[in-house]
Design a protein around this ligand. Structure first.
Ligand SMILES: [Zn+2]
Length: 276
């Protein structure tokens, strides 16, 4: 079921780690951002849109991770976009003939078999200098950065005062760093500074996973993510409500991700001979 979170902006929350698909109404149809997870969910979104008389006229993937790259034939053949770096990353991945097996291995058991992979990642990269999504609807500013994944984009729907944050600013998931990057900590902090720069223009923040937040949540979540990343950088134990036994959703795997990040960062600094 689509739920309105701002004028002309609706979301569908998946049962799979509270993933949010986002619908933005334009003049002649909708933009669909991070289209959904299971086939059934995407069909339900398509049905809702058909009832509303709103065809999908464009798609966008915030970043090159499988749960943000899916699509369903029922959405039709609208152009699907991502940043140039996002598209290059997924195209490289799809050029491996065994990519479906690789994704299948990554799929958690609760959704394995329910995720249609045929249309995964068929996006067009927007030229690097593109600052707006090319479509006939409210202007949507692309805020590209390198935290979490290559070519990650947050989207600012300026006239609706909505920030679609991709996999950042979640109330349930900690910052997950792109540990293949040269400087994942600084990439993340730089991205948070970019988001902070537009925070004054945002009344609604929609994370890729988790609850939609109001105006007060935008800066609070930026601060929370920054505190986490700084604690990782400084080797402190983060005091973060998203991990540990008191975590809201009790998802133990989030604490495991945290432990894994600590370990990999420690190994990197040993390897580089840099302290901390
Ligand atoms: Zn992701």
């Amino acid at each position: 079921m689509l739920r309105q979170v701002a004028e002309g902006v609706l979301i569908h929350e998946s049962e799979f780690i509270k993933s949010n698909a986002v619908v933005v109404q334009g003049k002649a149809g909708v933009l669909l951002i991070d289209a959904g997870i299971t086939g059934d969910e995407m069909v339900a979104i398509a049905d809702d849109l058909r009832e509303m008389g709103q065809p999908v006229v464009a798609g966008f993937s915030t970043h090159p991770h499988w749960d943000h790259l899916l699509w369903h034939a029922r959405f039709g053949a609208a152009p699907r976009y991502g940043t140039a770096r996002c598209a290059a990353d997924i195209q490289a991945f799809l050029s491996n003939p065994s990519w479906k097996d690789d994704v299948a291995e990554e799929l958690p058991p609760e959704v394995a078999g329910e995720v249609p992979l045929d249309l995964l990642g068929l996006i067009k990269g927007l030229p690097a200098e593109t600052t707006q999504i090319p479509w006939d609807g409210p202007q949507i500013r692309i805020i590209e950065h390198q935290a979490h994944a290559p070519g990650h984009a947050a989207l600012l729907i300026e006239e609706r005062r909505v920030l679609v944050a991709g996999d950042m600013l979640s109330d349930v998931l900690i910052p997950m760093l792109d540990l293949n990057a040269a400087d994942p900590i600084e990439d993340y902090l730089a991205a948070l500074r970019l988001l902070e720069g537009v925070a004054g223009n945002v009344d609604v923040v929609i994370p890729g996973h988790g609850s939609v937040g109001g105006a007060d949540q935008v800066r609070a979540r930026i601060e929370q993510d920054r505190a986490y990343v700084q604690a990782l950088r400084d080797g402190n134990t983060p005091d973060d409500p998203r991990i540990g036994p008191s975590a809201k959703h009790g998802w133990e795997w989030v604490s495991d991700v945290h432990a894994g990040q600590l370990q990999r960062l420690a190994r990197r600094s040993e390897h580089n001979g840099t302290p901390g």
